[in-house]
Design a protein. Structure first.
Length: 149
């Protein structure tokens, strides 16, 4: 019934949590019992590729201005050049993900063999634009929305 992704152990590789719906099960007397469905967790074994995870924090949680506390609605572009891997990627922070499930709000970008992130550009729901340069890889980076000018 549901499947959600997130990095449960902070290693930069997406892990999965799945559920199956409850249902009827025949018992030895021939009647049925309602039993809960199983909960399945798949921990990704990881690899040697580089990554960066961004955790956005909107200004609403800080001073009541700007974007919502979780940065839902923000669009993020990551540019990473040099080495083997993608040069430019884009993701949105979504407030909904899948039927009966919710993915993590953190954005994880796979970088392959790239050794540094040249630029991160964030368009916040408030309309503010933020640019970060030369960001370290293989870590979770919290990004706080800048105050208005």
């Amino acid at each position: 019934k549901g499947l959600a992704k997130g990095d449960l152990n902070g290693d930069g590789f997406a892990d999965l949590i799945g559920t199956n719906s409850s249902g009827q099960k025949f018992n030895s007397s021939g009647s049925t019992d309602l039993v809960p469905g199983p909960l399945m967790v798949w921990m990704n074994g990881g690899g040697t590729n580089n990554w960066i995870t961004l955790r956005l924090k909107g200004r609403q949680a800080i001073d009541g201005t700007g974007s919502n506390a979780d940065g839902i609605g923000a669009r993020v572009w990551v540019t990473a050049r040099g080495g083997t891997g993608p040069e430019r990627q884009v993701q949105d922070v979504l407030g909904s993900s899948t039927f009966l499930s919710m993915n993590a709000l953190d954005l994880t970008f796979g970088l392959g063999g790239v050794s540094t992130v040249n630029e991160i550009e964030i368009l916040w729901p408030s309309g503010r634009r933020q640019v970060l340069e030369d960001v370290e890889i293989n870590q979770v980076t919290e990004v706080i929305e800048p105050a208005s000018n």
